[in-house]
Design a binder for this molecule. Structure first.
Ligand code: HSE
Length: 437
C-alpha cells in the first residue's frame, strides 16, 4: 500500500475535533477505500491547552497556521479557521504555493477569493476542495461538479441556512414571533450571538455564490446576489401562506434567464407539496433543475461538527486517491464573468400583505394601481383579525392579502409605491416572492 497521506489541520473547534475523531474511527475503511491510510500528523489552534475530547498526543503542534501550511512533513492542509481574510487566506495561499492541496469549509473566503485560490491551486498543480462550505454533509458540490457533469443547469435553489429554517419552522408550527424564535435558536446554540449574518441572508448568499459558479460556469460573485433576510416575516404571513397552500422558506436561488443569471436570497413561498417545503428545522436542502432529468433534491444536516467533518473527510479522501478536479468544475480561465440579471426584471408570482384602511373604495384603489401595472390577481382576501370587535373593525384597518399571477418585480414596486401615495394603507407592505416548484 502507498504511504499514508499526511494531513495538517488548522482550527480545532467543533469541526476540527470531530474530524480528528472521525479519522480515528474510520481508519481502516478509509485505507481500504482510498488505497492508502489518512493520518492527521500536525495541528494548530488558538489555544493549545484547551480540552477537546480528542487525543492530540501523536500530532505535532504548530504555533500558527502559516507555519503549518508550509511544513514539509504534510501533504494536505485543512483550513478550519474561518473568516474571509487572514490567517485563513494567507495560510491557504502558503500551502498552495508549496504544492500542497487544501481542504476548507470556509464559505466566506471562497465567496470572496474562490477564483483566485483556485487559480493558485492550478498554478502549483494542487487542488482546493470545499464540499463542507455549502450544505454541511450534503454532497452538493460533488453533485454539481461531478455527478451532473454531463447536464446543463436551469435553476438551483436551496435552504442553505439552518438557523433561518429553524426560526421559520417554529414560527409556523408554534405561531411564535420572529424575535421569540430567534431567542430560542440562540439559547439552543443554533444562532450566533450576533445573528445578523444568518437572519439577514448573507450566509445563504455566500453559499449560493459558490453553487451558482459550479452550476453556471461563472466566476464566484457574491456581489451579484440580491439579498433579503427573514427578520420582517411575521407569524401572520406564515398562517396566510398555510391557508393558501404554501410555506415560507429562506431560499437561495440561482436561475438562468434570457437577461443573464439571476441570483437572489429572500423569503420565498413554496408550494406545500414540494420537496423543499418538507424540510424543517435546522436541516438544509438543495434542489437542482438540470436538463434532461426531473428536479433532484438533496436533503441533510447543513451544519455542526459531525456533518461538516464528514464532508471535509470525503474531500481529503479524494486527495488520498489522487483525484484532482478543477475546484469550480472547469479551469479558472474558462469561468465567465456573471452577466447579472437585474432584480427589477425578476418575473414570478407575488404574495402581498397590506394593512388597508377599512373604508369604501380602498379595495378599488388597490386594484386600480395593480391594473395600471398590468398585474393580474389570482386571489384577494380581506380578513379581520379573529376576535376583533365591531368598533375596532369600523374605525381601523384590515389585512388584505393578494396573490398575483406572474408579473415583474418592477411592476410590483411601482404599484405599491402608488398605493402608498394614495394613503389607503398603513405601514410597509409585506412582499414575498413565490417560487414555482
Ligand atoms: N450558520 C449556518 C447555519 C451554519 O445556520 O446554517 C454554518 O454555515
Amino acid at each position: 500500500m502507498a504511504q499514508p497521506l499526511k494531513v495538517g489541520v488548522a482550527g480545532l473547534g467543533t469541526v476540527g475535533s470531530a474530524l480528528i475523531a472521525q479519522v480515528a474511527r474510520q481508519r481502516e475503511a478509509l485505507a481500504a477505500r482510498c488505497g492508502r491510510g489518512i493520518e492527521i500528523v500536525a495541528v494548530t489552534a488558538r489555544s493549545r491547552g484547551k480540552e477537546r475530547g480528542v487525543d492530540l498526543k501523536k500530532m505535532q503542534w504548530f504555533p500558527d497556521p502559516v507555519a503549518l501550511a508550509k511544513a514539509p512533513g504534510i501533504d494536505v492542509f485543512v483550513e478550519l479557521i474561518g473568516g474571509s481574510g487572514d490567517p485563513a487566506k494567507s495560510a491557504i495561499e502558503a500551502a498552495l504555493a508549496s504544492g500542497k492541496s487544501v481542504v476548507t469549509a470556509n464559505k466566506a473566503l471562497l465567496a470572496k477569493h474562490g477564483v483566485k485560490l483556485a487559480a493558485a491551486a492550478e498554478k502549483h498543480h494542487a487542488t482546493i476542495n470545499f464540499e463542507a462550505a455549502v450544505g454541511g454533509a450534503i454532497p452538493i458540490v460533488k453533485t454539481l461538479r461531478e455527478g451532473l457533469a454531463g447536464n446543463s443547469f436551469e435553476r438551483i435553489y436551496g435552504i442553505l441556512n439552518g438557523t433561518c429554517n429553524y426560526i421559520l419552522t417554529r414560527m409556523e408550527q408554534e405561531k411564535m414571533s420572529f424575535e421569540e424564535c430567534l431567542k430560542d435558536a440562540q439559547r439552543l446554540g443554533y444562532a450566533e450571538a450576533d445573528p445578523t449574518f444568518d437572519v439577514e441572508g448573507h450566509d445563504t448568499a455566500q453559499k449560493l455564490a459558490i453553487l451558482a459558479s459550479l452550476a453556471f460556469g461563472t466566476k464566484v460573485d457574491e456581489k451579484a446576489i440580491y439579498v433579503e433576510g427573514i427578520s420582517s416575516i411575521q407569524a401572520a404571513d406564515l398562517a396566510a401562506a398555510d391557508e393558501l397552500g404554501y410555506r415560507v422558506k429562506l431560499l437561495g436561488v440561482a436561475v438562468k434567464t434570457p437577461k443573464g443569471i439571476e441570483q437572489r436570497v429572500h423569503p420565498t413561498m413554496v408550494r406545500k407539496d414540494s420537496a423543499i417545503a418538507q424540510v424543517m428545522g435546522v436541516t438544509n436542502a438543495v434542489t437542482v433543475d438540470a436538463e434532461g432529468i426531473a428536479p433532484l433534491t438533496l436533503v441533510g444536516p447543513g451544519a455542526g461538527g459531525a456533518a461538516t467533518a464528514s464532508a471535509v473527510l470525503a474531500d481529503i479522501g479524494d486527495i488520498a486517491r489522487g483525484v484532482r478536479t478543477a475546484p469550480f468544475g472547469r479551469p479558472t480561465a474558462r469561468l465567465s464573468t456573471v452577466r447579472k440579471a437585474p432584480m427589477q426584471r425578476h418575473e414570478g408570482g407575488y404574495y402581498i400583505r397590506l394593512q388597508a384602511r377599512d373604508k369604501p373604495g380602498t379595495a378599488a384603489t388597490i386594484a386600480t394601481r395593480l391594473a395600471e401595472q398590468e398585474i393580474s390577481l389570482e386571489s384577494i382576501v380581506q380578513r379581520h383579525a379573529k376576535g376583533a370587535s365591531d368598533n375596532e373593525v369600523k374605525g381601523g384597518s384590515v389585512p388584505v392579502i393578494l396573490i398575483t399571477y406572474a408579473t415583474t418585480e418592477d411592476a410590483v414596486r411601482k404599484a405599491l409605491a402608488a398605493v402608498g401615495k394614495d394613503r389607503v394603507i398603513s405601514g410597509r407592505p409585506q412582499v414575498i416572492r413565490i417560487e414555482k416548484n
